[in-house]
Design a protein around this ligand. Structure first.
Ligand SMILES: NC(=O)c1ccc[n+]([C@@H]2O[C@H](COP(=O)([O-])OP(=O)(O)OC[C@H]3O[C@@H](n4cnc5c(N)ncnc54)[C@H](O)[C@@H]3O)[C@@H](O)[C@H]2O)c1
Length: 455
């Protein structure tokens, strides 16, 4: 992509715009209906493609590679992983073309044809991989949560600035048209003042609770490199449970809060134009899944934002009930519900009906009659809410492909991504506040000056 670094943003936008016109656009060989078409540009010419390396090719790495293919903007150069089975799968997905690298990601960083890396390793590796990639001159797509610990954030932000590199953090929902529309609706004032937001993400299966299968051929020292997987974490004996189910253990993950809440938090920050909560109180526990996990299977958190709204966020792995799932923005004039994984939203206006009949029933009849005739009382007690509206969007385009598309555009234009290192740091830090409160039993308070959390 060497020559494309010099492209102006205008050039790129012109080219993108020309690529989306009309029907007949093919994505992954499938004709795309017109209403779903406006988002993916024409595939870039070979000279303009971003050379990409993938570090970590487990569950998410596979999805990211397919999304990168969908954008048509990237050359898939190399992939690094600690498990040969995952590297074999990368070959299968690329007709054998991608170069595979067994547990030596630094070798990939030396390659001149790799412009950008996509990091989808467990959280305990995020800080050092991002810093090494940035210092090697690579732009970085780093999966959420950006950080394993709050203090990692400022280091990544500083490195992105020092090396003038693009960073996109991987909470892909904000690239959906649904989220952009929700942001516009809030800004338009249509919801009135949003004072409360509820958000939930529930599951009820063993795999949903992160007991992912361990491949039967896994053999440390043969097709797997435990030391490299462990990396910056403190040494301990080989344990495949940690490798495939790391989200259950504090040394490698923040559990529900940094795996799932971070998506909801990032969406709320984006839609509400908010940066960080002032304080968080959380409670939770291991209420059902007594399988050796350290992190809770049920978690509830209350966030207070300086912009004057509160968030009530919840998750359980012990019921897949959809009650309250998604994000509900509760405004004084209307509520907007974002359904997760779908493009639709439901807009429900408030009636503002006054319950006078109920509240004056204990008055003498004559006084009630007199009161009904005063001001607009009769009218106010009859108001009805407008019928709830389903707002359709051109989603479901693949949110991950859209998020990666923005990254590849930024790599070429040098315009910062929407979910840059600051944004990713704040979403993760709010998630860490949940865990700090849960684990300490105290309120976690954000120290905006120091960029730290106090209890
Ligand atoms: N944005 C999303 O919707 C989304 C969804 C799933 C996962 N994620 C994030 O993606 C990341 C990875 O999650 P996952 O589910 O794919 O985990 P995973 O365990 O399936 O995959 C991680 C891979 O990283 C590899 N790895 C570890 N250390 C490495 C090293 N030093 N060099 C090269 N490879 C190394 C592992 O061998 C493994 O294959 C996590 O941060 C997770 O939060 C994001």
């Amino acid at each position: 992509m060497s020559s494309s670094r010099d492209l102006t943003r205008r050039d790129f936008m012109r080219r993108s715009a020309s690529g989306v016109a009309g029907l007949g656009l093919l994505l992954d060989g499938e004709p795309v209906p017109l209403e779903a078409a406006p988002v993916m540009p024409r595939p870039a010419s070979p000279a303009d493609r971003v050379g990409v390396g993938f570090i970590g090719f487990g569950i998410r790495g596979n999805i990211l590679l397919e999304a990168a293919k969908k954008t048509g903007q990237a050359d898939l150069i190399a992939v690094s992983d600690c498990y040969q089975g995952h590297l074999g799968r990368a070959k299968e997905r690329t007709d054998g073309k991608i170069e595979t690298n067994f547990a030596q990601f630094r070798k990939m960083l030396e390659r001149k044809d790799v412009d950008a890396v996509v990091i989808a390793t467990p959280d305990h590796w995020h800080l050092s991989m991002v810093l090494e990639a940035l210092s090697a001159g690579k732009d970085v797509y780093i999966e959420k949560p950006m950080t394993k610990d709050v203090e990692d954030g400022p280091k990544m932000i500083e490195a992105a600035k020092r090396y003038s590199r693009i960073v996109q953090v991987g909470s892909q929902w904000i690239s959906m048209e649904q989220h952009k529309k929700a942001k516009e609706i809030v800004a338009s004032g249509k919801l009135g003042k949003v004072t409360k937001i509820t958000a939930a993400y529930n599951r009820n299966s063993s795999t949903g609770a992160w007991n992912y299968p361990i491949p039967p051929d896994l053999e440390n020292g043969v097709n797997f490199n435990w030391e490299e997987w462990l990396g910056p974490a403190s040494p301990r004996p080989y344990n495949p449970e940690l490798v495939f189910r790391y989200r259950k253990y504090w040394d490698f993950s923040g559990g529900i809060s940094t795996d799932l809440f971070v998506h909801l938090i990032n969406s709320i920050h984006f839609i509400m134009g908010a940066t960080m909560p002032k304080s968080v109180v959380a409670t939770g526990g291991i209420l059902f899944r007594h399988d050796g996990r350290e992190v809770p299977d049920t978690l509830d958190a209350l966030f207070e934002y300086p912009e004057g709204f509160h968030v009530n966020m919840a998750s359980t792995f012990n019921s897949a009930s959809t009650a309250g799932q998604g994000i509900q923005l509760l405004g004084t004039d209307a509520a907007l519900t974002l359904l997760l994984g779908q493009g639709d939203m439901i807009l429900a206006g408030e009636s503002h009906r006054e319950g006078y009949g109920y509240s004056i029933d204990g008055w003498p009849k004559a006084l009630q009659d007199q009161w009904w005739e005063m001001d607009d009382h009769r009218e106010e007690s009859k108001r009805t809410a407008p019928e709830a509206e389903t707002l359709k969007t051109s989603d479901p385009m693949d949110a991950t492909a859209l998020h990666m598309l923005e990254f590849f555009e930024s790599v070429r234009s040098r315009k910062p991504c929407t979910e840059n290192a600051e944004v990713g740091h704040h979403a993760a830090a709010a998630g860490h506040m949940v865990n700090i409160s849960y684990r300490s039993g105290k309120t976690a308070v954000w120290d905006a000056e120091g960029g730290a959390v106090k209890t």
